[in-house]
Design a protein around this ligand. Sequence first.
Ligand SMILES: N[C@@H](CCC(=O)N[C@@H](CS)C(=O)NCC(=O)O)C(=O)O
Length: 204
Amino acid sequence: MPNLTLYHAAPSRSSVTLWMLEEVGEPFDLHLLSLQKGDNRAPAYLAVNPMGKVPALKHGDAVVTESAAICLYLADAFPNANLSVPIGDPRRGPFLKWLFFGPSVIEPAILDRAYKRAEEAPRAALGYGDFETVMDVVAKAVEPGPYILGDRFTAADVVIGSGLRWGMMFKLIPERPEFRAYADRLAQRPALQRAEARDRELAG
Ligand SMILES: N[C@@H](CCC(=O)N[C@@H](CS)C(=O)NCC(=O)O)C(=O)O
């Protein structure tokens, strides 16, 4: 019996971690929740993630929440999948930077633009600064390719790639040629194709 369980709603932010699990290649169970039916607010699930949000991952007795944290956890827990950058390797710095950049910079920049605040916050107070700078920085990072750290695909691509794919799909970010080319490269990955097919099946 797999000792990995993903609490998942299809499709949602937990799809990021479904893709990551497919990249890792270890057997896992899916515990499907319906956000529409409010399964995520039921006491049994709040005992797993008191935030009432997906994803959550159980690995034995360990529970990990937050999609980027789950990606990093899996990358480190299963080194044979070669999706992490080990401590001591100088590329560990950029690897962590991009893992954190997804949820703490790209996502808030996109959502603040989509849902305007009553009062605009000063640039210096916003962790992401401003939307245009975020887009420029990410475009420059993914342009050389094929991946965000160069020739090695890592968990950071799952996080950053998912953000860009989602942003373009909902037209929340400009479809820059650098983003499109990077997303197209990622779309070639069999693990992403498997995760998408599974989500389609689950959502259908
Ligand atoms: N920071 C969290 C965000 C998770 C999140 O917002 N998940 C959404 C699905 S896309 C959710 O569970 N929404 C249900 C709700 O808040 O009621 C992460 O990246 O894992």
